[in-house]
Write a protein that binds this ligand. Structure first.
Ligand SMILES: Cc1cc2nc3c(=O)[nH]c(=O)nc-3n(C[C@H](O)[C@H](O)[C@H](O)COP(=O)(O)O)c2cc1C
Length: 445
């Protein structure tokens, strides 16, 4: 199995709703460059592969109780971080439903140039209902429609990124030849949703083009990722479910004629660390106390029922959840919570304990966290993890200082970056130069 991949996710002031009250420092740090810079430096010090920023295009009611987890534009924040890091990958989430491909291709390509080949776009189709009204929509398009649009959107973006041939730039000062216009071609895309002539304003980058991450685990989400993405980010919270997901992705990737290992599967992992297991549990309890009902509200939104339908010491109301045919949210999150509840008979409180924010949560010592990481990685459940740190930056410092050395000592995690670009450090196949990526969209249909 290839080396373990670890990324740091910087959401709000930490993944836990109580983070902003528990941590030292200003509650308003989430708009401060120094805060993000500290996270990036820590991530690079720990040789983490990338820093990942989520995105939300709306303020929700809960954002008056805690910082918005995706308030800042990720591409803007990551551009600033490009200048203080040298190897760290920079992954910017952006919605394919509420952007235009031309602008987005340009923004991410700019980040890739500025970082000398360390950028990735995390494709999401948006699942937060409040977003729709900010873009003139009465409600979110249904999941199926969002993904139809995403499929075309991504193809346009890739073609724009590759619209300059590798040898298009000449830069011959003596002869006065800057670029060869014959090697910069329009893409002339006319599709169901988009009409884009191109070419891109920018030439190819050091890693030819930015990487593609995809976050979404419904059937359509898996299909999109398996066709085009380099990394899929998913919410899994039992080993068996993660193994099923992993195997399913490998089948789909093969169905599209892609090489094994060309799509890395990264579940989210929330490590809650303590010197002893009891200390870790005390930390979790303290955070839950400070977080109030925020976790409960998030769970209600994710499973598509009103918060009043969830009782802490009763099981999840799975029949009610299934009966909601109008569910427009993320299927990945909904099924992760349901599966946990149904297979292990957990109460709502226990689901919250194990399923912080829908992701795999480990409350324990650095050794215990390292054990679970090794277990999932060795059991064909994950190529690595997106670390959803509970409190930032302190939780990341703890992880880097306490968990990373254990993983390195066990030979699981690298001690140095494998290359300068994100594509190289993830060990992904190079894109053959000179070619345009053919559409493989229908190969597995
Ligand atoms: C692990 C994970 C992370 C996600 N992160 C975001 C995000 O940062 N911003 C966002 O708008 N949507 C995010 N989404 C939801 C996506 O918008 C997704 O494309 C869509 O809602 C449907 O997800 P599904 O394929 O699981 O149904 C995320 C989904 C998953 C499973």
């Amino acid at each position: 199995m290839a080396g373990l991949v670890l990324n740091a996710v910087a959401m709000g002031l930490g993944m836990h709703p109580g983070a902003w009250r528990q941590r030292d420092g200003s509650p308003f740090d989430y708009t401060d460059l120094d805060y993000y810079a500290e996270i990036a430096r820590l991530a690079e010090q720990g040789r983490l592969h990338a820093m990942f920023l989520a995105d939300t295009l709306a303020v929700s009611e809960e954002n008056f109780e805690r910082p918005n987890l995706g308030a800042m534009d990720p591409t803007v924040v990551l551009s600033a971080l490009a200048s203080i890091t040298t190897h760290l990958g920079l992954v910017a989430t952006a919605s394919s439903t509420y952007n235009e491909p031309y602008n987005l291709a340009r923004r991410i390509s700019s980040l890739d140039h500025l970082s000398r080949g360390r950028a990735a776009w995390n494709i999401v189709t948006t699942f937060v209902p409040d977003v729709a009204a900010n873009f003139g929509d009465a409600s979110l398009p249904k999941s199926e429609g969002r993904y139809q649009r995403a499929e075309e959107f991504v193809d346009v973006v890739i073609r724009l990124w590759e619209s300059w041939q590798d040898t298009a730039l000449i830069g011959d000062k003596a002869a006065g030849r800057f670029a060869d216009g014959n090697q910069v071609q329009p893409i002339d895309h006319h599709g169901e949703f988009y009409n884009v002539r191109g070419p891109s304003t920018l030439p190819r980058t050091r890693q030819v083009r930015p990487l593609l991450f995809q976050a979404g685990s419904s059937d359509a989400g898996r299909q999109l990722a398996s066709r085009v993405a380099d990394v899929i980010f998913t919410a899994q919270n039992t080993l068996a479910a993660a193994q099923d997901f992993y195997a399913d992705i490998q089948r789909r990737v093969a169905g599209f004629g892609r090489a094994p290992g060309s799509l890395k599967v990264l579940p989210g992992l929330i490590p809650i660390l303590g010197g002893t297991e009891a200390e870790a549990r005390a930390r979790k309890d303290e955070l839950d106390e400070l977080g109030g009902h925020a976790e409960l509200k998030k769970l209600a939104l994710r499973v598509g029922v009103p918060v009043s339908a969830l009782e802490l010491d009763k099981p999840l109301p799975v029949d009610l959840i299934r009966a909601n045919e109008k569910f427009l949210g993320a299927e990945g999150f909904r099924s992760a919570a349901m599966r946990l509840s149904e297979e292990e008979g957990l109460t709502v409180r226990e689901v919250l304990y194990r399923n912080g924010g829908g992701h795999f949560q480990v409350v324990g010592t650095p050794e215990q966290v390292a054990d679970r990481i090794a277990e999932w990685h060795g059991a064909g459940a994950a190529d690595g993890f997106n670390l959803m740190i509970d409190v930032l930056p302190s939780g990341l410092r703890d992880f880097v200082e306490q968990v990373v050395p254990i993983l390195q000592a066990r030979g699981l995690f690298h001690r140095e970056y494998e290359g300068k670009t994100l594509r190289e450090s993830l060990g992904l196949p190079a894109i053959p130069t000179g070619r345009l990526t053919p559409s493989t969209r229908h190969a597995a249909e």
